[in-house]
Design a protein around this ligand. Structure first.
Ligand SMILES: Nc1ncnc2c1ncn2[C@@H]1O[C@H](COP(=O)(O)OP(=O)(O)OP(=O)(O)O)[C@@H](O)[C@H]1O
Ligand SMILES: [Mg+2]
Length: 376
C-alpha cells in the first residue's frame, strides 16, 4: 500500500502475513521470491514484480531496491501503454466495420443512381419510338383534305401534345446521358450571337403572346468551340424559363461580353452571356438546387400546364440540362436574384460562362456577328 519494495524476510515478520491462511502462505513460499515490488499506475495497484535470490547469493542492498523500484515504475508505464493499445483495438475494429458499411451503402447508392439513369434512358428511348409514329400519322391526317374540318382542332391538339411529349422525352434522354457522362459533344466554331438570335426567333411568338419585350444586345464575340445543337438547347431552356417566370408586360434582356484571358479558370479567356428577366426571381436558398433535375419549388398542383404561360409547369429538367451542357463545355452557370417575390418581381439573371480555346500562335481570333434585336 505504501508502494515500497518488500523483502520476503520483512514479509515473514508482518503480523498480517502470519494471519493469512496456510495455503496462501504456502503459495508465497512456493514462489521462492526474495523481494516484491508493487506496480502502481495512476495510484492503482495493477501488479507485482517478484524476484528470486541473487545468483551471487548476496542480499539485496538498499541501492538494488532503489534500482528495482525504478524498474517497477517503468513496467507500470509499459503495461499502461499495452492496455491503451488493447483499448484502441476494439474501437478500431468497430471503425473499420463502420467504414465497410458506409462503403457498401455508398456503392448501393451509386448502383441505385445508375439504375435510375438507365431507367430514364431506356424509358425515353422506348417511348420516343411509338411517339414518332403518332406524330407522323397526325401530320398526315392534318394534311388530309377529305376529313371534316371539325376534326382539325382535335388533330392540332394531338399534334401539339405529342410534340411536347417528344421534347420532354428528349430532355430525359439528354439528362440520362449527362448523368452517365456519355453526352457526346460535336464541336465546331460557334457564333454565339447568331445562335442566340436563331433561338429567340423561334420564341418570338410566345414573347408576343405574353406581351413581353425581348431585347438582345450582343457585341461581336470571339467564336466559341462548342456543340451548336446543345448550345441551342441551353438558350432555349433559359429563354423559355425567362418567358415563363416573368409576368405579362415584363422585360427579358440578353447581353454578352468577352472575358479577359488572365484568370486560371479561363486560360484562353471566355464569353459570358446573361439572360435577365423581370420575373418572380429565385429565392437565395434555392439558387443551387434549381439546377438539379426534377426540382421545382412550390406546389406543383397549382402550376398551369403550358410551356410558356406564366409559371406554367414543366418536368423540372431545363436547368439540370443547361448545367450539364455548360459543364460538358468546361463552363459555368449560375443565377443571381434578390429573391422570390410575386408582387414586386425582383427578376433573375442567369449567367453562362463558356471558355474559349487556344487560338493558334498569334492567329487572329475570328469574331462573330453583333446582334441587336428588339421584340415587343
Ligand atoms: N427565369 C426564372 N425566374 C424564376 N425562377 C426560375 C427561372 N428559371 C427557373 N426558375 C425556377 O427553377 C425551377 C427549375 O427550372 P427548370 O427549367 O429546370 O424546370 P421547369 O422550367 O419547371 O421545367 P422544364 O424546364 O423541364 O420544362 C423552375 O421550376 C423555377 O422555379
Ligand atoms: Mg424550364
Amino acid at each position: 500500500q505504501e508502494g515500497r519494495p518488500l523483502l520476503q524476510y520483512d514479509l515473514d515478520l508482518l503480523p498480517a502475513f502470519r494471519s493469512v491462511s496456510s495455503a496462501e502462505r504456502e503459495w508465497f513460499n512456493h514462489l521462492e521470491a526474495e523481494v516484491y515490488l508493487p506496480i502502481y499506475s495512476k495510484r492503482e495497484w495493477i501488479g507485482m514484480l517478484a524476484l528470486g535470490a541473487k545468483i551471487s547469493g548476496n542480499r539485496y542492498s538498499e541501492e538494488d531496491l532503489v534500482t528495482l523500484s525504478a524498474l517497477a515504475g517503468q513496467t507500470a508505464v509499459a503495461l499502461d501503454n499495452a492496455r491503451l493499445v488493447e483499448n484502441l483495438v476494439v474501437p478500431n475494429t468497430e471503425l473499420r466495420q463502420a467504414y465497410r458499411a458506409l462503403d457498401k451503402a455508398n456503392r448501393d447508392l451509386e448502383r441505385l443512381d445508375q439504375t435510375k439513369s438507365d431507367f430514364i434512358s431506356i424509358a425515353s428511348h422506348e417511348l420516343r419510338t411509338p411517339l414518332t409514329t403518332i406524330i407522323g400519322y397526325t401530320e398526315m391526317l392534318l394534311e388530309d383534305q377529305e376529313l371534316p374540318p371539325s376534326v382539325h382542332p382535335m388533330l392540332k391538339s394531338i399534334s401539339k401534345g405529342t410534340r411536347r411529349l417528344h421534347e420532354i422525352m428528349d430532355s430525359m434522354f439528354d439528362i440520362a446521358q449527362i448523368d452517365t457522362r456519355t453526352l457526346q459533344l460535336h464541336v465546331t466554331p460557334v457564333d454565339t450571337g447568331s445562335l442566340i438570335k436563331e433561338v429567340s426567333d423561334g420564341l418570338e411568338k410566345s414573347v408576343k403572346e405574353r406581351k413581353q419585350t425581348l431585347t438582345i444586345s450582343i457585341p461581336s464575340l470571339p467564336l466559341a468551340k462548342a456543340d451548336p445543337n446543345l448550345l441551342k438547347k441551353l438558350f432555349q431552356h433559359l429563354l423559355t424559363n425567362a418567358i415563363k417566370f416573368t409576368p405579362n408586360n415584363g422585360k427579358i434582356t440578353i447581353g454578352a461580353r468577352t472575358l479577359p484571358t488572365r484568370s486560371a479558370e479561363l486560360p484562353h479567356g471566355g464569353v459570358e452571356i446573361v439572360v435577365s428577366d423581370t420575373g418572380v426571381g429565385v429565392d437565395p436558398a434555392s439558387q443551387d438546387i434549381i439546377f438539379s433535375k426534377f426540382y421545382q419549388p412550390g406546389d406543383l398542383s397549382k402550376h398551369s400546364t403550358s410551356k410558356t404561360r406564366f409559371k406554367g409547369s414543366g418536368a423540372g429538367l431545363g436547368l439540370a440540362l443547361s448545367k450539364g451542357i455548360v459543364e460538358a463545355h468546361g463552363g459555368r452557370i449560375w443565377v443571381e436574384s434578390k429573391g422570390y417575390d410575386e408582387v414586386n418581381f425582383p427578376g433573375s439573371k442567369f449567367h453562362v460562362v463558356l471558355p474559349l480555346s487556344n487560338s493558334k500562335n498569334g492567329e487572329e481570333t475570328k469574331l462573330g456577328t453583333e446582334v441587336k434585336v428588339q421584340v415587343a
